[in-house]
Design a protein around this ligand. Structure first.
Ligand code: AMP
Length: 283
């Protein structure tokens, strides 16, 4: 049964609702998103719904995490459909602040995570994680959640958020939700909407490459360079030639491993046409 969902645009209104909920002793679960919601986002909302009294979902296309040449302007937007989906998922509040309210003229403070934001995706998107972490901190301060839900799909992002929460002593429990995929393995992403039919078929080879890595490890391969070059080969065969990175990392540090020993995660970012896709898998 669909519930009612309150659309809140003003920061002060959001803060007042949080204050009221706290006074009533209600627990708050928070799911930050950039909208164009799909089943991956809804999985986060579903878990939030089970975990707390009040479920707040934010939809905010955060300008500070886009590089100047990136897709901020054409990023998919569909608030009407998002609201219908969130009503069905029984979210309580949808927080949609404006960029002006979130970043008023004269704001000067950034939250930096140092070296962690300079590797992997951060190497090709230099200001990206500074923008992400700054907006997450701001949203946490406005919504004051007891718990917040993030997808494993963005592995480096969730890693950096956990680091920040621990470093800055945020009283927020972070819950990481496994990646929701299409039948052919492609991880759901708002940016998949950019793919043409042909590109959509090509896109699933990213998951194939990750599965190949897993299979190689299972069959005894221990050399990261052998594994990543086999992944590159597979991607090329399916028509993916622009690869931002493929890395096998220690999931506890994000450092690239020199040998496969213990837990390892494969992370990759590739381009299919003009669309950048990222994915990752435990090996
Ligand atoms: P976004 O709107 O892309 O910023 O994503 C909002 C949240 O949804 C982030 O925590 C993402 O990691 C998560 N998310 C995105 N895609 C998926 C997916 N396919 N499965 C699970 N979570 C996802």
């Amino acid at each position: 049964m669909a519930g009612t969902v309150k659309l809140v645009r003003s920061l002060t209104k959001m803060q007042a609702l949080v204050k009221r909920a706290k006074r009533r002793g209600q627990s708050i679960a928070f799911v930050p998103t950039m909208g164009a919601l799909h089943a991956g986002h809804l999985k986060l909302v579903e878990q939030a719904r089970r975990a707390a009294d009040l479920v707040v979902v934010s939809i905010f296309i955060n300008p500070t995490q886009f590089e100047p040449q990136e897709d901020l302007k054409k990023y998919p937007r569909n608030l009407v459909r998002d609201l219908a989906r969130l009503r069905k998922a029984r979210a309580d509040i949808v927080f949609c602040p404006t960029a002006k309210a979130m970043y008023p003229a004269g704001a000067k403070t950034w939250v930096e995570v140092g070296q962690l934001s300079e590797i992997l995706c951060g190497r090709v998107r230099p200001g990206h994680f500074r923008g992400v972490i700054t907006v997450v901190v701001k949203l946490f301060n406005i919504v004051r959640p007891d718990m917040a839900f993030f997808g494993e799909k963005d592995f480096q992002q969730q890693f950096i958020i956990c680091q920040m929460v621990s470093d800055l002593n945020f009283p927020v429990k972070i819950v990481i939700v496994p990646t929701v995929r299409e039948a052919d393995g492609l991880a759901l992403s708002s940016r998949n909407a950019y793919l043409s039919k042909q590109e959509r078929r090509t896109a699933s080879s990213l998951y194939r490459a990750l599965r190949l890595a897993r299979q190689l490890v299972k069959s005894g391969e221990r050399s990261p360079s052998v594994i990543t070059s086999r992944m590159r080969q597979l991607l090329r065969r399916y028509g993916i030639t622009r690869i931002d990175y493929i890395a096998l990392v220690d999931p506890l540090t994000l450092a690239e491993v020199k040998q496969i020993r213990g837990r390892v995660r494969a992370l990759a970012a590739v381009w299919v046409g003009r669309t950048r896709l990222t994915d990752n898998l435990a090996l």
